[in-house]
Design a protein around this ligand. Sequence first.
Ligand code: GDG
Length: 733
Amino acid sequence: MKKIHIVSNRLPFSVKEEGEKISLEASVGGLATGMKSIYKDYGGTWIGWSGIDSNTISDSKLDNINGLLQSEKCAAVPLDTQEIELFYEGFSNKTIWPLFHYFAQYANFNKNNWEAYKAVNQKFADAALEAVEDGDSIWVHDYQLLLVPEMIKSKKPNVTVGFFLHIPFPSYEVFRILPWRKEIIQGMLGADLIGFHTYDYERHFFSCVRRLFGYEISFNQIHIEDRIIIADSFPMGIDYDKFKDCAQNVGLKAVSEKSELHQELDKYFLASPDRKLILSIDRLDYTKGIPNRLRAFARFLEKYPEFRQKVTLIMLAVPSRGQVEHYQQLKKEVDELVGQINGDYGSVNYTPIWYFYRSLPFHNLIELYSSCDVALITPVRDGMNLVAKEYVASRTNNTGVLILSEMAGVAKEMGEALIINPVDDEEMADGIHQALTMPLEEQRARISFMKERIQRYDVFKWADEFVKSLKKAETIQSDFLAKRITKELSSKLIAKYSDSKQRAIFLDYDGTLAHFKKNPQDAKPDEELHTIIKKLTSNELNTVTIISGRDRETLERWFKDHKVNLICEHGVWLKMVGGQWEMLSAVNNNWMPNVRPVMENFVDRTPGSFIEEKNYSLVWHYRKSEPEQGELRANELKDELNTHLSNHNLEIMEGNKVIEVKSGGINKGVAALQFLSNQSFDFIMAIGDDWTDEFMFRELPEESVTIKVGLKHTKAAYKVESVDAVRNLLKQM
Ligand code: GDG
């Protein structure tokens, strides 16, 4: 079986030094847990930094560490003091982190840091390239390694690369600020599959790809020259059972077995039965909204004085990135705010905020989750936020209330939480009040609903789903390559052409013979195209037909000097060489009962959209839908109609925010067949680039040479990349 390798900034082990003795300690973080099964089942190597500064450790110790890591199937990427400063603390944490979390004012754009980021990404890529073999897959993680996918792909195109971003992907308006924005997107596009926590991050990414590179995106597939890249959302889960089981054990412990913290918590409740605890846990990071949370808590105590003496906020702030200036400022601000609130509202036997600036052991975390009545999780930006899911998983009796910021990715999944705006003190203060007064029944209903989902979609499922999609991406890519016209294939087609005596050649115009132009009237034939058509039509064995959606007048004007037949308006009109325009049509409505349910399904899945029924057509309107979702669904609908309703000779028209399905068997396929019906040909070729040409590819006899321009899924037998490739092929005929 082919292997799957993992690349992440940190390895899933940290190195412990006790005097001369060195050992490894396995990480229990979400990523390490999620990857465990993947890493074991697929027997790959985990590539990453060990956390050791290679400048400050002796060579013999480093060898020792590397040996230990190797036995755990890890390959360490050594980083020295300067690399840590410029690549990690610098570009990763002072540029990408703030910018991607919408703290553009904190982002610094230092060229040296960027150069170091590139160089260190190359180091990671080189280490990965050493581990992989052709046909293997690699899963690269997070914002520190955005350039790695391309660095791997360019050297080993046969390796399937997945990339997952654990933080938000910002809107184009923010992303565009980055001087190296194009390089970053290009780096990510080296992957075959790009994963995000939410659909919003995915659509921001698509928007950046469209705006910066103009690549075509259909569904969730990005089409670049000779590759297809899939982007999708995979909301990361937690090890649900681990949290549930530990919380159950905590609940069963005898007093003597309880930790000191747990005994303190018990004492607090014993002092008065109507006492309540609110929990706040995060790394001390400016994205987590800690000062806002503190201010809102103060506002709560001010607005609802009856809760003073009764409600305590336990705030665990885990030290993080202490070398970076903005984190030092934040620490100062939080220290001051805690002091101020405790000073304002505290008394001899009441401390409003219990503040811990440290990391606690796992069992303490569970004790906090299971003891606190409310979890207050209010980041100003957060890719996902696993603490919210951990709190819910640990509520064994289903009580408790989760207050959640709408800016955290997790809010998309946990609609049953109290969702608040993290900068709105008033709303948060009222949210706290609502949480503390919420009836138990309502608490249970909300928590059990959320539990169901996080139990089902846990971290193992998340990893599995990503790997499944990675395999699908591999198949899509190889399907695409299988149909591509290579040099050898092109010679075979030319030989087939030369051996034939009666040839019918159907050529679509826009996107096939001519490049698209902003103004359609500017796409008229150039000299090269005139020469190609002249040569093709001068061969009397050839019957050449331009078959297009264009109107009669335009086609007639452009091709008046050529001996070509014209079929226009998607098959409504035909004009033979030297003849008059004639209409090809036949109308019926018997397809409508089949199409309506398909459209209704899209109405259900796309808020704001609706169906209009006309005499001979059904129209799906999506102007009022969320714009990017509407576009995405429109593409899906077209594909579904093309795939499932091919027997009906339907004409599917894409208008301005509408998809219209017309009756009547008017399409390029019917027109081409009608054209062929009175004549016999021993070589039929059709070339086209869009979905209207799919009718032609489907209707023409099986032995026809049908060629799709572009990489999209097609009924055609072959594909070519571009208009230029079409012209090159025709020139050889
Ligand atoms: C990034 C993204 C995304 C916290 N304090 C202690 C402790 N923790 C554990 C929690 C939780 C984890 O740390 C924190 O995870 P989050 O998801 O909340 O946040 P980030 O660290 O910022 O993670 C984030 C995540 O990546 C995954 O993709 O959700 O949006 O920013 O698991 O339990 N663990 C222990 N002691 C503590 O004091 N043992």
